[in-house]
Design a binder for this molecule. Structure first.
Ligand SMILES: Cc1ncc(COP(=O)(O)O)c(C=O)c1O
Length: 400
């Protein structure tokens, strides 16, 4: 090979170092069953869509795919709003986008906090200069409408945050009536649906939810990297009438929304995540083809089948009230004397099944089993049950 002589004509060139030479050879990945709180296994049809040839991020055929994504999201959110898009990033990008745009410094947010996502929203809102009211309830429980209404009347916040599916505790927060209570108090209702969208009912317009963010890698069966987001007219008006600039350029919905065609024309803001938006287009096509209701029923049936098997083994749910149990992320109490980590390790080593431990307030107390999207099916439930049976037998909890 001819020697490389100079970085630019006439400039001296240092010797190339191989000290940190990168990997070589074709990447290989073992097959795993991702039955923790996410990511879930991606649908092969979605992975295939991601390997299609790239289009330019402003090419008309690509803009058409973005339009299809926006339309699919309207169905998923059950909203007629014009304002849907995907943030370029994981669920946290959606979370940060919502907080950065909906709140101005000094404005109040009441955070319904019953797990780590509420805690993170408190942190984020604080970083953006908001006044945070941290409304807490015990891990494993949800907020009643009466509790939320009292907090709204007392604080009259600009925003109320709730997490529909709290994946650290396995709680499903009811949203019925909350939108109405928010509207009466001049508050916008912001909901995290990262672990729930597509797996449990969402009726954004009927429930008066003003803003929602989510994630691609859970009930939508896509890889991580897209954060679906919606605003209704009221939430968009709030952003349009801000007195201060949104403090993040990358996440400013005035700019990102423009790229997604919210305001008529479209202009470049950042390079759209071309392959990731193909994945989202395909994920949303799968949701539309199955039908929302059929998808919700499938998730519920998987949850019931899981618990039928776990109960037979003598295991108990962490969430006491059956109404509060999230079907997509199931939380299971670790019995006295059982080494939870050994059960997870055995599941991975012997069954290639991921079962997760607790997180934040539930660390060391529970296992978490995700039944989301492509994974919410009988064969996966059986595999998880087999892994538990084997692990619990090794631990002496079940008789051999
Ligand atoms: C309920 C909930 N919100 C937000 C997130 C953050 O999403 P991500 O990890 O995709 O950034 C997660 C991730 O597990 C989640 O479960």
């Amino acid at each position: 090979m001819a020697a490389f002589t100079s970085a630019r004509p006439g400039e001296p060139t240092p010797a190339i170092s191989d000290a940190h030479k990168g990997p070589t050879g074709v990447l290989e990945i073992p097959q795993r069953f991702l039955m923790g709180p996410g990511p879930a296994n991606a649908d092969p049809r979605i992975l295939a869509a991601q390997s299609l040839p790239l289009l330019g991020h402003m090419h008309p055929p690509f803009l058409k795919i973005m339009d299809e994504v926006q339309q699919g999201l309207r169905y998923l959110f059950q909203s007629d709003t014009k304002y849907t898009l995907c943030a370029s990033g994981t669920g946290h990008a959606g979370m940060e986008m919502a907080i950065a745009n909906l709140l101005e410094p000094g404005e109040k947010i009441v955070v319904g906090n019953n797990g780590i996502w509420g805690t993170r929203v408190c942190d984020m809102a604080d970083r953006f200069g908001a006044e945070v009211v941290n409304l807490q309830t015990a891990a494993g429980t949800s907020f009643s409408l009466a509790e939320l209404t009292a907090a709204l009347e007392q604080h009259k916040p600009a925003v109320l945050f709730l997490c529909q599916g709290e994946s650290s505790t396995g709680v499903h927060q009811s949203l019925a009536g909350v939108g109405e209570a928010c509207a009466k108090n001049g508050t916008l209702l912001l909901v995290d649906t990262v672990c729930s969208l597509g797996g449990v009912p969402m009726y954004a317009d009927a429930w008066g939810v003003d803003a929602i963010y989510s994630g691609s890698q859970k009930c939508l069966s896509a890889p991580p990297g897209a954060a679906p987001l919606m605003l209704n007219d009221k939430a968009l008006q709030k952003i349009k009438s801000r007195k201060t600039k949104v403090r993040s350029y990358y996440l400013d919905l005035n700019l990102v929304g423009d790229y997604w065609g919210w305001f008529g024309s479209r202009s470049y803001h950042h390079t759209g995540m071309v392959s990731m938006w193909y994945a989202m287009r395909e994920a949303l096509a799968i949701v539309s083809e199955e039908g929302l209701e059929a998808g919700w029923v499938r998730h519920e049936q998987a949850h019931k089948a899981l618990w039928a098997g776990l109960s037979e083994m003598g295991l108990h749910p962490f969430v006491a009230d059956p109404k509060d149990r999230l079907v997509t992320v199931n939380t299971i109490k670790v019995p006295e004397g059982v080494d939870w980590a050994a059960v997870c390790k055995n599941a991975m080593d012997k069954f290639s099944v991921e079962i997760a431990g607790g997180l934040g307030p539930t660390a060391g107390q529970i296992w978490r089993v995700g039944l989301m999207g492509y994974n919410a099916k009988p064969a996966n439930v059986e595999l998880v049950l087999a892994a538990f049976k084997d692990g619990l037998t090794q631990q002496g909890f079940l008789k051999a």
